[in-house]
Design a protein around this ligand. Structure first.
Ligand code: NAP
Length: 248
């Protein structure tokens, strides 16, 4: 059964990793996909072509989610190109890890801008559309680190904890208009990026996870599918941990 037939989703940071996985699962479930990226032009074009083979409309947009005006323009462009939007996934994110002692102001600000302010920018930009149609599902990518904290990631953890507070506030504010807002807190998800890590380190991480493996991008995408579809019609303001039991 296709759960998103005829729906249109905007996914920020769709050119690789988790965002790409979400785009693929959503397209397989019949959704039209508008995705953004920062600089990966070639992989965005490749993904656009691949998604279209699944029989849906797909388009990649180079757009900086951290920039308020660019976020507004992106939503305007997607509405022009696709006609409507039903789902917003705020997935774009970066890390600039360091111990607090060595963390620069620039690295703190950058992580907050890309991971947290982007969520404000995109939600503001889509709000009018969702209010008018009296429906919409917003899904924000947090992290287990936003729930628990992590040494060496004060900027990242603060941004991801902020995403949770923002998510719950939007759920309370817009629930009466049938606009839902939920967050996902992934644990250790194995992507192209983690493939370059030391194999022993990764093996140690896997061993410490109750399900004894890292997550896949599809694991996270399936949680997004639940929140995006009518399967979760009565669920809002929640944080779902997709972490193999890590925080249990
Ligand atoms: P990733 O592989 O590094 O991909 C990041 C994506 O975001 C790319 O498509 C990138 O575009 C895009 N991006 C970066 N800055 C952007 C900006 N300013 N505006 C628009 N797009 C931007 O990351 P990931 O591992 O898939 O993570 C995706 C999300 O899940 C992030 O929010 C991350 O914090 C969260 N998360 C990941 C894990 C994990 O284990 N991987 C765990 C918990 C939470 P380019 O390709 O053009 O650079």
């Amino acid at each position: 059964m296709k759960l998103l037939n005829g729906k249109t989703a905007i996914i920020t940071g769709g050119s690789r990793g988790i965002g790409k996985g979400i785009a693929e699962v959503f397209a397989a479930h019949g959704a039209n996909v508008a995705f953004t990226y920062s600089s990966s032009v070639a992989s965005a074009q490749e993904l656009e072509k691949h998604l279209e083979t699944l029989g849906i409309k797909a388009k990649g947009y180079q757009s900086n989610a951290a920039n308020f005006d660019e976020a507004q323009k992106l939503v305007d462009d997607v509405l022009t190109d696709f006609g409507s939007v039903d789902i917003l996934i705020n997935n774009a994110g970066i890390t600039k890890d360091n111990l607090l002692m060595r963390m620069s102001e620039a690295d703190f600000d950058k992580v907050i801008d890309v991971n947290l302010k982007s969520v404000f920018n995109m939600t503001k930009a889509i709000q009018k559309t969702f209010l008018k149609q009296r429906s919409g599902s917003i899904i924000n990518m947090s992290s287990v680190v936003g729930v628990k904290g992590n040494a060496g990631q004060a900027n990242y953890a603060a941004s991801k904890a902020g995403v949770i507070g923002f998510t719950k506030s939007v759920a309370l504010e817009l629930g009466s208009r049938n606009i839902r807002c939920n967050a996902i807190a992934p644990g250790f998800i194995e992507t192209e990026m983690t493939a370059n890590l030391n194999e022993d380190t990764v093996a140690g991480w896997r061993q410490s996870i109750p399900l004894k493996r890292g997550g896949t991008t599809e694991d996270v995408a399936n949680a997004c599918l639940f929140f995006a579809s009518d399967m979760s019609a009565y669920v809002t303001g929640q944080v779902m941990n997709v972490d193999g039991g890590m925080l249990t």
